[in-house]
Structures are given as C-alpha cells and as structure tokens.
Write a protein that binds this ligand. Structure first.
Ligand code: TXA
Ligand code: MG
Length: 354
C-alpha cells in the first residue's frame, strides 16, 4: 500500500481539503492525523474490521483498548450508559482538550475497540484538523498514538511516516503538535476519579474541579506489582533503541557524574548521547549533547521529549544519559514517560556517598 501524505495548515484550511481523508475513514481505512497531544492513527471506532486494522498496523496487543475521539458531547448518549457527576464536571471544564475520560460503555461500542473491557475511553480533541475530521466524517474515530507499538509517540508527521509507511492509507501533516505527551486519562467509573495516565491536565487542575483525585497505584510505585488499570501502561513503552539511564540528585553532582560516565563509555568505544537542558548544555563535555528544553518552562520539556528520543535513535547512540525533573504538576507526566523509556533505570547521585 502506498501511504499518501497531505499537508494542511491547521489555522487556515477548508473542509474540502479533508475530503479524501474523510472518504478513507468512512470506508473503514486508516488515516493518521495531528491532535494537540500527539499524532493519532484513526479509523471508524464502531467498525470492528477497521479497529482490527489499527492493531495490525501498530503491531499492538489486542487487549490494549483504543480511545474513541468525538467532536460533540452528544456522542456520549450513544457511546456510554452512565455519566457520573464527576465525569460531567470534568468534561465541562476540560473538553475539548487533552483529557480522556473512562465511562461504562454502551452496547454500540464493540469489544474489539475496548480490548474486551466494559468501559470505554473517550476524548474530544481541540486541535482544528482532528475536530473537523471527526465532525465532517460523522464517524467516532478510534485513535491510538500513531507509532509502532513500543516506540515513542509521534509528534510530527514524519515520525508517523517513519513507523507506518506502507501500512496505512494517509497521513495528514498538520505540523508539530503543541503538547507532545499523550492525554491525561481519568477513570470516572470509580467513586473517587482516578488518574490512570498523567498528562498535560495535572492532578492539581483536576482537583480544582472535582475535589479529591486518586492516582492509579501502579503509576506511583514502579516497584509495585499492581497491574495498571490502563492496559497500555503495563507495556514497556516509549523505548529508544539506546540504553537510557536517568541521573537524579543535586544538579552539580549530576553534571559531574554524567561527564564521568560518558567519558568512560566513549573510551570503551560506545556512541553516547546526553540529555541536558538549556541551562546546563554547555557544562557537558562528551558525547552527542542535546537540550530537552528549559527548566523555566516544563511545557518546553514535554514538547521535545519524544522527538529527542527518536533523534537519538536516528543517530544510533548506544547509551543515553539524562538529567531528571521534578515530579510536581506537568513534571509528573514528564517523569512518568522518561522512567518508562528508561525501563526505570535511575542512578541516584549523592556526593556525600562518593
Ligand atoms: O493523547 C492521546 O490520548 C492520544 C491521541 C491520539 O488522542 N492517544 C493515545 O492513545 O495516546 P493510545 O492508544 O496510545 O493510549 C491509550 C491508553 C492506553 O494505555 C490504553 O490502555 C488506555 O488508554 N485505555 C483505553 N481504553 C481504556 C479503558 N476502557 N480503560 C482503561 N484504560 C484504557
Ligand atoms: Mg500509545
């Protein structure tokens, strides 16, 4: 199959520009499209065969459910059977936007879309191309992140092409995404709403709307044996090909330790990468050194995280060392993704103990 790429300016386009993409979705085909979080791989969410093709293209385990993307809250009447008060408040506050809510599913939603679960994940994206595609196709669009399963989520159309060329009908290139991390997932079927995946909408923001929020235990404690409630969170994910390690501790000690380890690895003949920040970039001495953004703006770090991991793949580095980040607010989502990418390899640097 030839994968067609079309370029659309998200701030200035006509519905006709999407007519071919709409036709593909309507006949059960696959179209990758931008959202404000990451690129999604879309297909008709109520069409079993179309959903099946998503799993094939991504190489995704079939017990890992898909998020259904909608353009109008009226869709909930058709897709869900019960909307709890907290769910209602959260969607009023954050939709359209980077928040996915878990509801009890209606009979209309096939188990092939929900990985056999009785619940369904629903999100209303804000990004204009995704909104128009859902609205004008008249289809509820099931869309996982448009990467090969296990790779970092795509934040540009080229990332999608690198992973899925020849496996899907079309990619809509709407430019680099704004947020760069997948949506926050909140289960509102539990008595206290529970965060299953941290994202741009933080715990603090959610709590302002509904009071108390729980966090799925398996996210908080990597050592715990609890099975994540979002099936996708159990897979090793976002993994770069190089061996990624996070260094934690006082900034000065971290910099010195990274310089020491990278020199050692390079002396042994390995290709090495370093992830620093705008603030520390000129302090590193060895390897391929890149900034992930500035510590003055967490959003800049979220935005480049996945593309930086992909860049190091392209450069074929064998070891990557990165600074760590605070776990408050957006830092919670950043560290969640970074820890998964590192397979939880963390070196705690403490000059006292050296
Ligand atoms: O930002 C996003 O959410 C992107 C864009 C494209 O919208 N989509 C995305 O989809 O990240 P995906 O499939 O890569 O991740 C969906 C996550 C998985 O971890 C999956 O297990 C979880 O949502 N999930 C889906 N349905 C669920 C359900 N009924 N209960 C619990 N977790 C669910
Ligand atoms: Mg994904």
């Amino acid at each position: 199959m030839k994968t067609q790429m079309i370029r659309i300016d998200k701030d200035n386009f006509k519905i006709e520009d999407l007519s071919e993409a709409i036709a593909i979705i309507q006949r059960g085909g696959l179209v990758a499209f931008p959202t404000e979080t990451v690129y999604g791989l879309g297909a008709d969410g109520l069409n079993k065969d179309a959903a099946k093709r998503i799993y094939e293209a991504k190489g995704r385990p079939s017990d890992n459910p898909l998020i259904i993307h909608i353009a109008d809250v009226k869709a909930l009447d058709e897709l869900t059977i019960n909307i709890p008060e907290a769910g209602r408040k959260l969607l009023e506050a954050f939709w359209p936007g980077p928040l996915t809510l878990i509801f009890e599913k209606s009979q209309k939603v096939p188990y092939s879309t929900t990985g056999g679960l009785k619940t369904v994940a629903i999100r209303m994206p804000e990004e204009p191309i995704s909104h128009a595609l859902i609205k004008e196709s008249g289809v509820y669009i099931a869309a996982p992140s448009a990467n090969t399963s296990g790779k970092p989520s795509p934040t540009t159309a080229q990332h999608v092409m690198d992973d899925l060329e020849g496996k899907i009908e079309m990619i809509i290139d709407g430019g680099r995404v704004g947020i760069g991390l997948e949506s926050t997932i909140v289960d509102v079927t539990t008595s206290t709403p529970t965060i299953l995946r941290p994202g741009y909408i933080t715990k603090e923001m959610l709590e302002q709307v509904v009071g108390r929020i729980d966090v799925d235990q398996s996210i908080l404690d990597s050592q715990s044996n609890t099975i994540p409630k979002a099936p996708g969170m159990k897979y090793k994910h976002y993994a770069p090909q190089g061996n990624l390690t996070i260094l934690e501790g006082n900034m000065e000690d971290v910099i010195q330790e990274i310089n020491k380890i990278t020199k050692d690895k390079i002396d042994k003949g390995y290709k090495v990468g370093v992830i620093g920040t705008d603030e520390t970039l000129n302090r590193y001495r060895y390897g391929i050194i890149k900034s992930i953004g500035t510590r003055l703006d967490d959003a800049s770090i979220a935005r480049s995280l996945f593309s930086l991991l992909r860049e190091f793949d392209t450069l074929e580095v064998e070891y990557i060392y990165t600074e760590s980040f605070g776990e408050d607010k957006l830092g919670h989502a950043i560290m969640n993704r970074l820890l998964k990418a590192a397979g939880h390899k963390v070196i705690k640097v403490d000059s006292q103990n050296r």
